[in-house]
Design a protein around this ligand. Structure first.
Ligand SMILES: *Cc1c(COP(=O)(O)O)cnc(C)c1O
Length: 363
């Protein structure tokens, strides 16, 4: 069986380094907001090219805390792609804000910048861009709109560690960015983790306090904060793995290129990229009208695939109030999309096998 993602294999490459770091933490007896956190967040900020990086407990919290730090709440509108993962939307509604859903471009799967301006009202406070599947959003038009209407740009970079747009990394393309280090992400830890990057000194200081009970000085609470910290063990694991992130992304790009050059099946639409550096291929999503049949066929042939995502946010039970809405491009994507295995530890033989089976006519 070719697994969709072999996490054991991914992390075992760093077994010795991780074992040693965890032993060091046990020896020191310091588990939260310590040296590992300082080191990793400093290194990740440097990697992204931002002034600040603040560790938090997960990617959803990262987005949630950014919105909280800006003070956006009831009545405020935040523009967001309609086909994003549910967490982007949850972060908005958890703050009482209203998500304004915008259709994606079917070629990139990212928000269609041409459809944003018509959705801007006097209540709009921010545009949340999501670098979906690992491809950086083409920001040009969005920067223009943010300037023109005085809006914040919040990036959801949970799938795009290391992706580059016009020489800058994701996490450094807006006012503040949320990252997730969920195990399956391109940079993943051994549990939950996340961070926020920004160049804004004031915002960074506020976020640092909010994620720690709203406190900068112990037992002095200036904000109604939350408890959302990146623990020392996860920070240590991430600091180890960060050194290999670019190599891993290069391997993903090679596999994606190989898939794109060699999958030849008239029923399959391959994902596109406008620039090799812009995509870190967190997910290799093909589309086909025969999605469910192809998924079964691949499973019968020992290949595990996943669907990112089977139900769009506006059709979810938890957002009943939007169930009557129609976003045809988003729905088309959700009905036809299928994610093939892609990871830095996949072998050439595995990639070849997947291509061979997709290129063989289904019976
Ligand atoms: C994974 C993910 C998140 C949430 O991250 P968690 O760490 O799981 O909370 C948010 N947005 C997107 C696009 C994601 O893929």
């Amino acid at each position: 069986m070719i697994k969709f993602l072999d996490l054991e294999k991914i992390n075992n490459r760093f077994r010795n380094e991780i074992d040693k770091k965890i032993a060091d933490i046990l020896d020191k007896g310091w588990y939260l907001l310590g040296e590992e956190n300082t080191n990793f967040t400093k290194n990740f900020a440097e990697y992204c090219g931002t002034k600040h990086c603040i560790g938090v407990a997960n990617g959803l919290d990262a987005l949630n805390i950014i919105i909280k730090a800006y003070g956006f709440n009831q009545g405020d509108e935040i523009i967001v792609p309609a086909n994003t993962y549910i967490a982007s939307i949850l972060a908005i509604t958890q703050n009482g804000c209203t998500p304004i859903l915008v259709e994606p471009d079917i070629k990139t799967y990212n928000i269609n910048p041409e459809l944003i301006e018509e959705k801007i009202t006097e209540k709009t406070k921010a545009i949340m861009v999501v670098h979906l599947y690992g491809q950086a959003v083409q920001m040009e038009k969005i920067w223009e709109l943010a300037k023109k209407y005085n809006l914040k740009i919040i990036e959801d970079s949970a799938q795009a560690h290391g992706a580059i747009y016009q020489g800058k990394r994701c996490g450094n393309l807006g006012d503040a960015s949320g990252f997730s280090f969920y195990p399956g992400k391109n940079l993943g830890c051994l549990g939950d983790g996340g961070c926020i990057t920004t160049n804004d000194d004031e915002l960074a200081a506020k976020i640092k306090a909010i994620r720690n009970y709203g406190s900068n000085v112990k037992y002095h609470n200036i904000y109604k904060g939350v408890n959302s910290r990146l623990d020392e063990i996860q920070a240590a694991v991430l600091d180890t793995k960060l050194k290999y992130l670019d190599n891993d992304n290069t391997r993903r790009r090679k596999i994606a290129k190989y898939y794109r050059e060699n999958i030849k099946n008239a029923a399959v639409i391959l994902p596109e990229t406008y620039d090799e550096n812009a995509h870190v291929w967190h997910i290799f999503a093909i589309r086909t009208k025969e999605r469910d049949r192809l998924q079964n066929y691949l499973r019968e042939n020992g290949i595990e695939t996943l669907i990112h995502y089977p139900i769009p946010p506006h059709k979810q039970e938890c957002y009943k109030e939007w169930n009557h809405l129609h976003f045809p491009i988003t729905e088309e994507i959700h009905n036809t999309i299928l994610s093939l295995p892609i990871s830095p530890v996949m072998t050439d033989e595995e990639v070849e096998k997947i291509i061979k089976i997709i290129n063989t006519k289904m019976e």
